[in-house]
Design a protein around this ligand. Structure first.
Ligand code: ACO
Length: 192
């Protein structure tokens, strides 16, 4: 597994992973906005496909164009490029809400997810630590905030116990289906 900075070429795969893993989904332009505005804040976890694995992931289909049969090869939407498969991402930004201008610089974790078969391997923790480091060191964030569903035990454990975020408050009916969110926050300290 490789953890690296997310680029524009990764965005479709990140959106695909988000659609697979979470009910909170965003327009493509919102992903673009993150990467163009804070190019060093978001990260992806990828794995290299070896040998036959790539072949089995290829989905061949026939496309009929003007009486001509053209054989096209469509890549699995998890592939960033042939041989490199996205298994997780963290989408992060700085808070640019004009109503909070007087607050000290702070970052926000918009979305984090890891594909089901790659969970419990420490990937989310690594992605989050990279994003927190970048928000602090590159963008001078003094703290980072995020929202998480009250029922999301795995994510809550990760944020509260592993990464030491604190629960700031409960936001009633934060999610579209009416579920409450924990608003969480972590202070960041510049490294020496
Ligand atoms: N149950 C309890 N604790 C868990 C679980 C679980 N199923 N999964 C992770 N954790 C906690 C543990 O504290 C774990 O540490 P440990 O393994 O030393 O006990 C710690 O998180 C780190 O685990 P990772 O292996 O790094 O987490 P993983 O890569 O499995 O990803 C994630 C965790 C992102 C929550 C994953 O389960 C997932 O993608 N879920 C669906 C999407 C989601 O809920 N995303 C977060 C939404 S909130 C937001 O986006 C701001």
């Amino acid at each position: 597994i490789t953890i690296r900075r997310a680029t524009i070429e990764d965005l479709l795969c990140m959106q695909n992973a988000n659609l697979n893993n979470l009910p909170e989904n965003y327009l493509y332009k919102y992903y673009m906005y993150h990467i163009l505005s804070w190019p060093e804040a978001s990260f992806v976890a990828t794995t290299t496909a070896v040998g036959n694995e790539l072949g089995t992931e290829l989905d061949e289909f026939e496309e009929i164009t003007q009486n001509e049969t053209k054989l096209s090869v469509k890549l699995d939407p998890c592939y960033v490029r042939p041989g490199e498969k996205l298994v997780g991402y963290v989408l992060a930004k700085m808070n640019d809400d004009p109503s909070q201008q007087q607050e000290e610089a702070n970052g926000h974790i918009t979305s984090l997810s890891v594909m089901r078969t790659y969970r419990r391997m420490g990937i989310a923790e690594k992605l989050m630590r990279q994003a927190l480091f970048a928000l602090c060191e590159v963008y001078q964030a003094k703290y980072v905030s995020l929202h998480v569903r009250q029922s999301n035990r795995a994510a809550l454990h990760l944020y509260r116990d592993t990464l030491e975020f604190e629960v700031l408050n409960v936001e009633k009916s934060y999610y579209q289906d009416g579920e409450d969110a924990y608003a969480m926050r972590k202070q960041l300290v510049l490294s020496e």
